[in-house]
Structure formats: C-alpha cells, structure tokens
Design a protein around this ligand. Sequence first.
Ligand SMILES: [Zn+2]
Length: 166
Amino acid sequence: MIKILEDREKRYEETLKLISLDLGTVLCAKINYPGNDKNTEYAKKAFSMLKKAIYKEFKGLIKLEKNLSGYDGDSMLLIIGLSDTEVKKRSIKIETEHPLGRIFDVDIYNKDGVPLSRGEFNIKERKCIVCGNSARECIVKKRHSLKEVLTKVNNMIKEYGDSYDK
Ligand SMILES: [Zn+2]
C-alpha cells in the first residue's frame, strides 16, 4: 500500500514537471482499479483500451506523452494542445460514453497543478459500480467487499474485451 502511494506521489511530481514546460494542458490517465494489485491481466487490458480511446479523442493534439508503470498500475501523462476546460470536457465524454468509462480515471490539471473537478462541469457524481448509488457513499460506508467490486470490474473488462476483440 505504501508503495502504491509512493508511485502516486512520483506521478504527481512528473505531472508538475510537465505543467512547468508550459506546452499545453496536462492530462493523466489511468485505470480506477480496486485492490492492491493494480497490475492484473484485466487492469492491463482496460488500460490499453483507455489509451486507444484517448488517442482517438486527442488525435493530432498530443504534444508529449509519458508512460509510467509500477505498483499503482499503468498510467500515461500527456500534454495536449487545447485549453484545460476543453480537455476536461472531452475526457468527461470518454468517462461517460465509453463502455469501460466507469473505471477510467482521467485527470486534467490547471497551471497550478490542481485537478479540475467534475462539479465545475455540471457532471453528476459518479455512481457505484456495483449498486448504482453514490460511489462516494458506498466507499465511506464500506458497502461492498473488495472481492465483490473486483469481480464486477473484471467481468466488465472481460465482457467489453471479448466484444471488442471480435
Ligand atoms: Zn454501491
């Protein structure tokens, strides 16, 4: 667990470095994968689909790409030649419209290194992947076991992956 947090810190340091280059808006994409093992076959598969969706959405606009991996799983940092609000709007679109969008985690940072929140864009809070209630509430109240969430997430990836490969 400490190693996951350390990786997150390292990623944020990289994020700040990219922001300081002042080449465009910095985006960080990763999989919101439950549990301490962020490098399962399913997590990897989901990440490759997230990458495809990002490349498609920001085609021709990516100025710099940095891929990271480690205890917190795979992630990518990008500098995109669009305003932060435009990048945020497009990434919200991916998160809401892609079949696996619910487990995609795409953060957009402003020039001060602060992530733009969904609330500013009139987007409803994310729903719990298992029961459909407020995700935040289910986390706080520990409504679901890790095993339950993991099974749900892996099944989603498997289902979408299977239909995708055809
Ligand atoms: Zn729930």
